[in-house]
Write a protein that binds this ligand. Structure first.
Ligand code: LCV
Length: 258
C-alpha cells in the first residue's frame, strides 16, 4: 500500500503517503488515499492528519504526468482521481490538517489547500504548475485556490509557476503555521489534540457550513460552458502536447501560443 493509516489515542488519525521518491498523484496512490479517508470517516477519530513519510525532500510532485491524456480529452474532468480525492478531503466530516515537509507541486498544492489547516516545515515550497506544464487547470480547482489566497498572490503563483516558500504563504494567510522540521510533528499534534478535545458534533457542522458557504458561487450555465470551451482550446492545442513532451524529454517547454 502506498498509504498508511494509523490512529493515536483513538481520536487522531494519521494518513501517510509513501509512494516512491516523489509521491506522484497516480490513480493508484489516490485510490489508496481515498480508502484511508474512508477508514477515517467510518472510525471514531475526531481529527485527520495528512502527511508524507518523515524527512521527505518532496511531499508530492503533483498529478502523475504520465496519466494526463494526450488524445484531446479534458485532463482534469470531474471523475479524474485528483478531482475525486480533493472532494473527499473537502467532504470529510472530521477536520483534516495537512502536515507538510518537502516540496509540493501542481495538483498536490490543491490537495494540501483542500485540507482545513496547513502546517508546514520552514523549508517547504509550493509550486502551482499548470502554466509551466501547459495544462488548463479546471474551474473548481481554480476556485479552490481562490478560496485560500488573495487574487494577486494566486495570480503570481499560477502565472510564474515558481516555488513559493512556506513563510510567504504564512505571511499572506494562505497557510496556518510554519515551524522547523524537528518541531513539526509535536506542533501539529498539539493543535490536533486541542481540536479533538472540543465537541466533534460542533466541529463537523461548522466544517460543513463553511464548505457550503464557500462554494456558494452562482455561475450561469452559459458562463460555465464558455469557460469549458476556453479550456478545450488549450487541451486541444499544440502547447498542451508540448508541455507533456518537454517534461518527459527533460527539457524546458517551448510554447508558441498555438
Ligand atoms: C510523474 C514524475 C513527476 C510527476 N508525475 O527528481 O497543476 S497541474 O495542472 O500542473 C497538474 C496537471 C499537475 O499536478 O501536474 C504535475 C505538476 N508537477 C510538476 O510540475 C513537478 C514535476 N517534477 C519535478 O519538477 C521534479 O521531478 C521534482 C522537483 C519534483 C523532483 O526533482 P528531482 O530532480 O529530485 P527527478 O526530476 O529526477 O524525478 C524523479 C523521477 O520522478 C518522476 C521523474 O520523471 C523522474 O522519473 P525517472 O527517474 O523515470 O526519470 N516524476 C517527477 N514528477 N508529477 N512522474
Amino acid at each position: 500500500m502506498a498509504v498508511r493509516f494509523d490512529t493515536i489515542d483513538d481520536v487522531i488519525g494519521v494518513i501517510t503517503m509513501d509512494s516512491g521518491k516523489v509521491n506522484a498523484l497516480s490513480s493508484e496512490l489516490i485510490d489508496d488515499l481515498a480508502a484511508a479517508f474512508e477508514t477515517a470517516i467510518s472510525s471514531s477519530i475526531r481529527v485527520v492528519i495528512l502527511r508524507a513519510k518523515p524527512g521527505v525532500k518532496i511531499f508530492s510532485a503533483g498529478h502523475a504526468v504520465g496519466e494526463l491524456p494526450t488524445n484531446g480529452r479534458d485532463p482534469l474532468t470531474y471523475n479524474d482521481p485528483l478531482r475525486r480525492i480533493i472532494r473527499d478531503i473537502d467532504m470529510c466530516p472530521q477536520p483534516v490538517i495537512a502536515m507538510i515537509e518537502g516540496s509540493v507541486w501542481g495538483g498536490a498544492c490543491e490537495l494540501v489547500m483542500a485540507c482545513d489547516l496547513v502546517i508546514a516545515a520552514d523549508d517547504t515550497t509550493f509550486a502551482m504548475t499548470p502554466a509551466k506544464l501547459g495544462v488548463p487547470y479546471n474551474i473548481s480547482g481554480t476556485l479552490n485556490f481562490m478560496k485560500v489566497t488573495s487574487l494577486h498572490i494566486l495570480k503570481e503563483c499560477l502565472f510564474t509557476a515558481e516555488p513559493i516558500l512556506a513563510s510567504r504563504f504564512l505571511q499572506t494567510g494562505v497557510i496556518n503555521h510554519v515551524c522547523s522540521r524537528e518541531e513539526l510533528e509535536s506542533f501539529t499534534m498539539r493543535i490536533a489534540r486541542q481540536i479533538a478535545r472540543n465537541s466533534p458534533l460542533v466541529t463537523q457542522v461548522l466544517k460543513e457550513e463553511i464548505r457550503v458557504l464557500a462554494n456558494a458561487n452562482p455561475l450561469t450555465a452559459e458562463t460555465y460552458e464558455r469557460l469549458q470551451a476556453l479550456r478545450r482550446d488549450v487541451y486541444d492545442s499544440e502547447d498542451y502536447q508540448e508541455g507533456i513532451h518537454a517534461f518527459f524529454e527533460k527539457r524546458p517547454p517551448a510554447y508558441t501560443g498555438k
